[in-house]
Ligand binder design. Structure first.
Ligand SMILES: [Zn+2]
Length: 634
């Protein structure tokens, strides 16, 4: 590190941070996928798991044909092998799920094993429940934990492939998995199916927040005062929310504590910290009732992370380990509002988007949901929160034709567009779209660090930032590097497209050129490409759930897109529902500015059960376009 500092002039601090981040992100992309690092460790774990399974099967074969006296002798070995394997698989499910899942026995093999092993074998299960997504912000990499709350109990979920980042805390799901202890192993992406999406978080107005300060039986220290904590949450962090939301969202509530809880600081048991903190508060007569966010804060303990939080949730829950300040609070409460990280996409020094790209988990380092500066959340994230392009929030302009578009500086309140969206592509199967987001950042308010010479941001205020984000996942915000030829340690501090420079999408040929940038905004010239090259379904119809009970309401939504993939507003749509007994119901609607229209189909208690078909017919430029979907009534 020291030699890097001597060799290159500008900001040493920035480069050191960069180096730490780059080291961290290499591990993070893998950890984030929920799958094992593709290293020797992983292959050796897979080999050990497979060997233990193989040894158990061989021993069971010997047992099956053994004489009664040999059977007695072999029984102890068999039980010991099954127990050791079971314990190993449970540990590896946590550490290296792909290795463990690869060594699971199918049901057809398990039935051949002696019944004395029943308590030490994995079981196939189908469970319905509610998802909780927790996220650790560690120095050595980010890590996600998924849990399922069900009538049968609480399970941790472990995925052999990429974790399902379309799910947020509160989503109702159906899981088909293999159970080991209180863990469920999920091998295929279809093993977890969303029945109902998580309720949309309320991201506007006063966010009622309770902060419980706790310390430990072996460390009853109080590293900061209640007043300090009050100022950090309801002063600075609340101000951060207010500025980011253009005056629409802030934090209210109270800090309570300190409470000493009967836990050691040498363990990392966050769920016990939460439950002891709540019990202590209740015992002190505090009503934990109506808070949207719960924060537990404690002196530095054995947990390897600074912050941990649910992604979404009502209430959301966040844990702060050690230093209690804006940098961790605005990040964890961002998760609590349902945000994932702001990533970077590094495609080396040549093409900006190509096949050899790596995602940096915390790569967007000038965004609070990246690291380490307390920058504004980017336009994709703010649009998810409704702080842009929703209701009375400032708009985002969608580029619908070639031309030069003006955007306002991103930070101050205003009624003009705060960002520009340009369509990159449309998924031919789902109709979901991926967009470029263009924003003009200035050193205003919490973004003041953009011109701080010590931090060493290079070109952000003299250009525009370009992010990519997809409708398919809230976890898809990527900052793109507009100066890929500069050295790696500048990568995300000089990511902007400066005036006069052009970015070209290699797939469609669309170009984005920064025409001008000043202290109040930027002009951005767009030449739309051939995104219509991709096969675009013009009408897609979907329901808010895949199955309903009688008496519920089905929300049937149609999305209408033009040939170039842009939303079509004010298109008349007629809906027809064909029930399982052949009778029909119909309705009509007109698409909104987002190109969607919804038909609320109320099911009566007398409606038949079975599969229903929903048809939508939209009229665009005098032409009829149709689509259909099905849903089940139980
Ligand atoms: Zn995080």
């Amino acid at each position: 590190m020291a030699s890097i500092c001597r060799a290159n002039p500008p900001s040493c601090v920035a480069r050191l941070l960069m180096a730490v981040l780059l080291l961290a992100t290499a591990a993070q992309s893998e950890a984030h996928s929920g799958a094992a690092p593709s290293s020797d460790t992983s292959s050796s774990a897979a080999a050990t798991a497979a060997a233990r399974t193989g040894a158990l099967m061989a021993l069971a074969d010997r047992y099956r044909i053994a004489s009664p006296s040999d059977k007695l002798r072999l029984q102890a070995d068999l039980l010991a092998a099954a127990q050791a394997r079971y314990k190993f698989l449970a540990r590896e499910l946590e550490e290296d799920p792909r290795a463990a899942i690869g060594a699971l026995l199918p049901a057809s093999a398990r039935v051949r094993l002696p019944s004395i092993l029943a308590g030490y074998l994995e079981q196939d299960v189908r469970v319905d429940g509610t998802v909780q997504v927790l996220h650790e912000d560690r120095e050595d990499g980010s890590r996600f934990h998924y849990f399922l709350e069900s009538a049968q109990g609480r399970y941790s979920l472990h995925f052999s492939a990429r974790a399902p980042d379309h799910l947020s805390t509160g989503a109702k799901v159906h899981v088909t998995g293999v159970q080991i202890d209180n863990m469920l192993a999920l091998g295929a992406s279809t093993d977890i199916q969303q029945v109902t999406a998580a309720p949309t978080a309320n991201t506007f107005g006063a966010q009622r927040t309770i902060v419980l300060l706790v310390n430990f039986a072996d460390n009853p220290s109080q590293p900061y005062t209640v007043n300090d904590a009050q100022a950090a949450v309801f002063g600075t962090t609340s101000d951060f929310f207010r500025e980011n939301s253009y005056g629409q969202t802030w934090l209210t509530g109270t800090v309570f504590g300190w409470f000493t809880i009967p836990l050691s600081s040498a363990t990392c048991d966050y769920s016990s910290i939460a439950s002891y903190a709540q019990s202590a508060a209740t015992a002190a007569g505090i009503d934990l009732g109506t808070y949207a966010h719960k924060v537990y804060a404690f002196p530095q303990n054995a947990c390897g992370w600074w912050g941990l939080s649910s992604v979404g949730g009502n209430p959301s829950e966040s844990w702060i380990n050690g230093s209690f300040e804006l940098a961790v609070l605005a990040h964890e409460l961002g998760h609590g509002q349902g945000l994932w990280h702001s990533h970077s996409l590094d495609c080396g020094t040549s093409a900006i988007i190509g096949s050899n790209c790596a995602t940096g988990e915390y790569g967007d380092i000038i965004d609070m949901m990246g690291s380490p500066q307390v920058g504004h959340y980017n336009a994709f994230q703010k649009e998810r929160l409704g702080w842009l392009n929703y209701g009375v929030s400032p708009p985002i302009t969608t580029a619908v034709a070639d031309g030069t578009y003006t955007i306002e500086s991103f930070e101050p309140s205003g009624t003009g567009p705060k960002a520009l969206k340009v369509l990159k592509s449309t998924d031919p199967t789902t109709g979901q779209q991926t967009w470029y987001y263009v924003e003009s950042r200035q050193a205003i308010g919490f973004d003041a660090f953009l011109t701080d010479p010590i931090i060493g941001v290079q070109n952000v205020t003299t250009g525009v930032l370009i992010h990519m984000g997809s409708e398919s996942s809230g976890n898809s915000a990527l900052l793109l590097d507009m100066t890929p030829s500069t050295p790696v340690y500048y990568l995300w501090y000089d990511a902007a497209l400066v005036a006069g420079q052009t970015f070209t999408d290699p797939d469609t040929g669309l170009t984005i050129t920064t025409a001008w940038v000043n202290s109040t905004g930027a002009g951005v010239t767009v030449k739309l490409g051939t995104s219509s090259k991709t096969s675009i379904p013009n009408v897609v119809v979907s329901t808010n759930q895949s199955s309903y009970r009688r008496g519920q309401t089905a929300y049937i939504t149609v999305s209408v897109k033009s040939a170039s993939g842009l939303p079509v507003a004010r298109a008349p749509v007629s809906f027809t529902v064909v029930k399982s007994n052949g009778t029909t119901a119909s309705g009509s609607a007109t698409t909104t500015s987002k190109g969607t229209a919804t038909y609320k189909f109320g099911l009566t208690k007398q409606d038949p059960v079975g599969t229903y078909k929903a048809d939508a017919k939209a009229t665009v430029n005098g032409k009829s376009l149709t689509a259909e979907t099905t849903f089940v009534v139980q």
